[in-house]
Structure formats: C-alpha cells, structure tokens
Write a protein that binds this ligand. Structure first.
Ligand SMILES: Cc1ncc(COP(=O)(O)O)c(C=O)c1O
Length: 312
C-alpha cells in the first residue's frame, strides 16, 4: 500500500540535512532560512523567469549541455540576459553542491529571473537590477513509495498552442500546470494528464508521458509539451536498442488500453503510472519500462563518465 502523502512525481525521501542547506542567491551562499529575493523581483511578481532542474551524479550535473541549451534558448526567446556563461553557471552549481557536502543523490533547481523591478508593474524594462539567479540544491532520492506507481486523472486544462505561451518555456509561471494539478487532485488523483488543444494525450502537469502498446513505445508529437531532456533520452535509447518508438497523436482510448504507462523527468527518471481515471494500467507488470529504466541508468553512468573525462 502506498502512503497517500507519497504520491507526486517529485516526492523525495525525507532527508534532515535539507533543513540546513546553503542556497546560492546572486553570488552568495545563504542559509536556507535567510535565502530570500525582493518582493519586487519579476519572478515573484509575474513569474517572469526560467528554471532548470538537474541531477548530480558522481560530482557531475547529468546532461548539463542539454539543460543549458534549453535554458539559454528560453532566455533568448524572452530577451532575458543571463549574464553568465555555461561554465560560470556550472561553477556556481558546483560551489553550492560542495558547500552542502554533496557529490551525488542531489537535485538542483536553478532559477533565473529578469530581476528586481523599480515599480510593481509588468513592463520588462522596469526590471532594473537583474538577473536574479538562485540555485537550490537539495539532497534528493526519489521516494520509494513511487515504485507502486502514481494515479493520473485527465483534466479539462490543456497545454496550449505555442503562440499562446509555448509549453517549451520552463517558465517560473506554472499556473497552467498548477491549475491542471488542482483539477487532478479534486478528481482524487496524484497528477494531471493534460490533453493538447485537439484532444490528444499530451503530457502531465510536471512530466512527459509515454505509453506502451503491443511492445511499441508511444509519446505525443512533442508540439504541445515540454521538450524534456529525459523524454529525448528515452526516445534515443529506444531507437538505439531496437525498441519501436513513435511520436504520434493518440487518444485517451488508447492510453486506457495501454499495457504500460510511465512518466519521464529529471527528478524521477521514469515513474510508473498505476492508473488513469481510475482504470488500472495493464496487469501491473512493466517489462518495457523496466528495460528502459536499466538502459537509462547505463546512459547516465556513461554520460557522467564522459562529462568528467572532458573536464579532467
Ligand atoms: C511540464 C514539464 N514536463 C516535463 C518536464 C521534464 O523535463 P526534463 O526531463 O527535462 O526534466 C518538466 C521539467 O521541468 C516539466 O516542467
């Protein structure tokens, strides 16, 4: 039986060391209780900022370049000058991890906002002192309870068209996803299964979604969801290992009938889905998902070793 409190894809095992972290705030390492930003900060006031979640394995931020590609592309698209190189970002993350005694089993949330505003209004030019850069690095192992899988509910809230707010922005404002999550919670589920504007299965409020049908791995076209780093890695692993994989439109009808359903994200890698709208997924066995989990672990080990060698 799964503890009902252990049911989001971002539940980590409790670690008391997280009560006394040092947080990176604009170049300083600040005790957690004192780590604050201005009430005039554009991230606080408007959700005007971008973030990345990364995992630390053996002293390396796995898939660092892919995460930086997404962060720099997102910031460029909204004219947010990060003011730092990728190496400088890596250095501040390394320094924060070292200050907290971490070399692995850690997860960071790196946040970059347009900065502090001169007045409490929307216009981006009012952000005069920026950017604001914060890195929270926590001791983090995904909670064991998630092995039993999470419950999804399909919700009315959709991920919209790219000319509204492109789902590829990992923006501070996650209100669209938060609304979806509230709807799922009201339906008695743990996370929301969000459709695209045409009614096809798209993503969840916090992770990318895959189904397995008759040995084939399907995921959405990618047009309306986060361009997840883990999603791209899983698709690549399928292709390299002879597992048929398709980015395609499919409906709830086909998701309900899938043998396996799993989610991907940096935090939890591959998380099993137990049910959708109260309908149990398959017979509980997850051979393809388990194979992909093993392949993904191998990819992380190889990638981290290559990153280390490149920096030696
Ligand atoms: C809405 C959403 N989908 C998917 C993901 C997973 O992306 P990644 O695999 O890069 O962690 C995230 C993580 O930021 C997200 O916010």
């Amino acid at each position: 039986m799964i503890d009902p409190t252990d049911r989001t894809t971002h539940d980590a095992e409790h670690d008391p060391r997280n009560d006394a972290l040092l947080i990176h705030v604009n170049g300083a390492l600040v005790p957690k209780d004192e780590a604050v930003v201005s009430v005039y900060d554009s991230g606080f006031m408007l959700g005007d900022g971008m973030w990345e979640g990364m995992r630390l394995y053996d002293g390396e931020w796995a898939f660092f370049d892919a995460h930086m590609d997404r962060l720099f592309d997102s910031c460029k698209a909204v004219s947010l000058d990060i003011g730092k190189s990728r190496d400088q970002i890596r250095a501040l993350l390394d320094e924060t991890a070292a200050a907290n005694g971490m070399t692995g089993d850690a997860h960071c949330r790196l946040m970059v906002t347009r900065g502090r505003k001169a007045k409490p209004f929307q216009h981006p030019s009012l952000s005069r002192w920026g950017p604001t850069i914060v890195a929270i690095v926590e001791h983090s192992k995904p909670a064991a309870g998630l092995a039993g899988g999470i419950r999804l509910a399909s919700v009315p809230q959709v991920r919209g068209l790219p000319h509204s707010q492109d789902a590829k922005f990992n923006s501070h404002s996650k209100l669209n996803c938060v609304i979806a999550c509230l709807q799922a919670e009201a339906a008695g589920a743990d996370e929301a299964l969000m459709l695209d504007p045409h009614g096809f299965v798209n993503t969840t409020n916090a992770c990318n979604l895959f189904v397995v049908r008759r040995g084939e791995v399907w995921t959405s076209t990618g047009d309306y969801c986060m361009n997840g780093v883990t999603r791209a890695n899983v698709i690549a692993l399928c292709r390299e290992n002879g597992i048929p994989v398709f980015e395609k439109n499919f409906s709830l009808y086909e998701a309900y009938g899938a043998e396996e359903v799993f989610l991907t994200g940096t935090f939890g890698a591959q998380t099993r889905v137990a049910s959708i709208d109260g309908k149990p997924v398959g017979d509980g066995s997850m051979p393809v998902t388990e194979r992909l989990r093993t392949l993904y672990k191998g990819l992380v080990t190889r990638t981290v070793a290559a990153q280390k060698a490149a920096r030696a």
